[in-house]
Structure formats: structure tokens, C-alpha cells
Design a protein around this ligand. Sequence first.
Ligand SMILES: Nc1ncnc2c1ncn2[C@@H]1O[C@H](COP(=O)(O)OP(=O)(O)O)[C@@H](O)[C@H]1O
Ligand SMILES: [Mg+2]
Length: 249
Amino acid sequence: MKPLMVVKFGGSLTKNLPAQNKFLKELAKISRRQNIILVHGGSHEINTLLEKFAITSKFVNGLRFTDTDTLNVVEMGLSGKVNRSLTTGLIKNGANAVGISGKDGKSVVCKQIKQLGFVGDPVKVNKKLIDILIKSGFLPVIASIAADVKGNVMNVNADTFAASIAAAFRAQKLVFLTDVAGVLDKDKNTIKEVKTKEINTLIKNQTITGGMIPKIKSCTSAVKKGIKEVWIADGISGIQKIKGTAIKK
Ligand SMILES: Nc1ncnc2c1ncn2[C@@H]1O[C@H](COP(=O)(O)OP(=O)(O)O)[C@@H](O)[C@H]1O
Ligand SMILES: [Mg+2]
């Protein structure tokens, strides 16, 4: 078996099309010698669509409440736009990409976080469909949507989603590509290495805020589940020469 790398492409990066194209070209090349699972979010696309449909959201502790209308738009943005565009880009660059979401083949089963509406936390990964794809030479591109045990569709934070997939497949490497050069300190310099025991302090003293919180927590859980190499890095510089923060035990 070739080594497996799980790459999470941040929704924040989809607004930078040249960077996206450069990344897809690089990833298609790497996929010739390494198995890849690409997971993606879609925050930028979702926000644009919500605005277009004039859907105003309720927020709970700063987090968007996902009602039925919002969920429809989330799925449209993630599966209908971002997933299509990443899959197309990979195919154009020669990779045999297949776009799915976590609910396909019941690949990712989640549990609802009721106070947030149709939002779930992954509780189980069924490897069958993704395994079939990888073993048959396809490159799975997975939108961070899952269904609960009853088949109700939920939006899942793409970082948490990527970490659970990486753990289930015992990936050698997990890379979170985002719109900043890793975890930054208060002077905006990249912290080269963060140890899992340092993370709570970085959150408490507000060095790490917002979207970086679920990302760094997902790194911790991945490291604890035995993934050797975990990175948060700049999607603009790509994954060939990773520029970012390594998260270590
Ligand atoms: N210490 C930190 N270092 C880097 N980024 C941080 C930090 N704290 C908060 N952030 C924010 O986290 C953002 C990345 O998370 P997010 O917007 O969710 O991106 P993605 O779409 O990649 O998940 C950065 O753009 C930045 O605004
Ligand atoms: Mg995010």
C-alpha cells in the first residue's frame, strides 16, 4: 500500500482561485505516488450563497444556527459548488478524482449538536466506500456533510471531519491548508511547532481564536490517535514544501 495523506482544504481558500489551481495541480502530481483523501470546507461559498438567497442567520455563542433553509444552502455550496470545482480541477490535472460527501455510503456518521440546529459531530467512520475508491485508484474528494444514524443530514465542521477520517484510515500525514501561514503568535509570526499540552494556554490567552480553535483541537485529537505528522499550513504556498506549524505530542 502507498502511504496515505489526508489533506483538508479550507473554505477560506476557495476565494483565491489561482492558489486553488496551483494546489490542485500539485496534489494531482503527488497523488501518482501517494494515496490521498481530500476533505474540504466551504465557508466562503456558503456565505456568498446565503447572502444571494438573503437568508439571515441566528447565531448561538458566535456560531451560526443551521436551520433547514441554511442547511440546504450549505449542501448546495459544499457539494454543489466547492466539491464540483475541486473535483473538476483535479481531473483536469490528470487525477482520477471522485467527489462525494460524508453521507454517501454512510461514510461519516454524526451525532447532532442540537443547540446548533442541523450540525453534527462525527461519531463513526464507515471505511468501505472510501476504501473501495482508494484501492481502485480513485482520489476521493469529500465534502464535510454527514448523516446521523437515522439518515438526517448535518453540516460538520470540516476540520473535525478531516481529523476523524485521518484517524479511521490511520493516515501517515494530515495537513490542514488554510489562509494563514500556520498558527501565528501575537506578533503574527508563525509558531514552528506546537505541543498538544500547550494548546489550552494558547486558546485561554486568546492567541488562538475563531476558526483556528476547531482546527487546533482537531490536530490534538489526530496526534493523540497516533497520526505521526500533523500540520496547519498556508494553502497558497502549497503542500510540496509545507510552510506552517507542526503539531506534536
Ligand atoms: N493564532 C492564530 N493563528 C492563525 N490564524 C488564526 C489564529 N487565531 C485565529 N485565527 C484565524 O483563523 C483563521 C483560519 O480559520 P478559518 O477561517 O476557519 O479557515 P479555514 O477555512 O481554513 O478553516 C485565520 O484566517 C485567522 O483569522
Ligand atoms: Mg474553518
